[in-house]
Design a protein around this ligand. Sequence first.
Ligand code: PLP
Length: 410
Amino acid sequence: MPLPMNIFDKKDFPILARQVHGNPLAYLDNASTTQKPREVIDAVVRFYEWSNANTYRGVHTLGEEATSLYEQARAQIAAYIGCKPNELVFTSGTTESINMVAHAWALNHLKEGDEIVLSVLEHHANLLPWQHVAQKTGAHLRFIPLNEQLELDMHAAQELIGTRTKFVAITHASNAIGTHVDIGRIAVMARAVGARILVDAAQTVPRMGVDLRTMDVDFLAFSGHKMCGPTGIGGLFIRESVHRELEPFMLGGGMVFSVQQEVASFMPMPQLLEAGTPPIAQAVGLAVAARYIEQHTTASELQRLEAGLCRRFIEGIETFNNDAIRIITPTAEAIERGHMVAFEVRGIHAHDVAAYLDRQGIAVRAGNHCAQPLAVYLGISSFVRVSFYGYSDETEVDRLVAALHAFLKA
Ligand code: PLP
């Protein structure tokens, strides 16, 4: 089957018309953040120009409009991930969502001797909050290792998830090396011992890879800016059956039912976890972003494009006929369903590679990818990552391969 052309029209994304160092921009850092289509930018501007007011507080027209747009956005994003609107809290992104679970649930439910199971793949955002919870409660962290193919070792997972396990927090797909995790299998193990489970879906929600009607998890976190939406907005799904176990994370306006000088009672979910003025314009922009994605593609088409670009890149590197470049990402998985390829150029620091590519107008990410323990586990201090999205195309991959070829010859 031929590779689909880029699915999102580059012309929809004003920034993609930019030149960088005199070259057309090839933006290949989409796992970090994606670019925004004109529709999203316009929706945010339109909100500020036409409907801006605070939510819930005003009985005036603008206040009602702002509230209604914010709640419409919630309903739309909830439908996008397959949950009920009251199961979706708007946050500033994956980091805040995971910290919210740590504070609103874990600190009040875990105790000395309990175990929190993570994997060695985790982004710092899904590691540091659990280090904090462990230090505060006396719970212990356990880490599921990888097998030789750099996939999650399911046998080890089965052994680690036991009667002491009270919480499992795991990524759906690694932002650093691209490994996908079979959450269904992990959820079965967690449920068998009565543990709660959180999924870091920062890399999969943007690819329509999450349907909570078929995922047996308690918490799921994602970021809007990785799916064509504005920065400063993301989501936290909390299954309804867990709502009675929550305590407010932040306290203040917007989440209270009634307040006396000494005590207060709180609103139900999702307002319970949305103290203060919410990110209204950002939520409006995110809803337009989700609509843009849904109108222009499907999960399988997007996957076919991105995995096809991974394949083209990997095959391009193979034509160099030397081992100067070592691909870190599990290649079989990348060419089947990946959206990124991580690699190192032997003997050359990843920052030097990225700086050279930048001079050609090619934006890639270099470093430890906010996963320092993973880099140590893999024995690599830093590496380069190229990552694709719906507007990426073969020309950009070919430019990248040619630029790397020239870099190695220089
Ligand atoms: N988790 C994963 C897997 C990510 O890729 C990222 C961002 O790169 C995060 C968490 C943190 O997301 P944010 O910075 O939007 O809060």
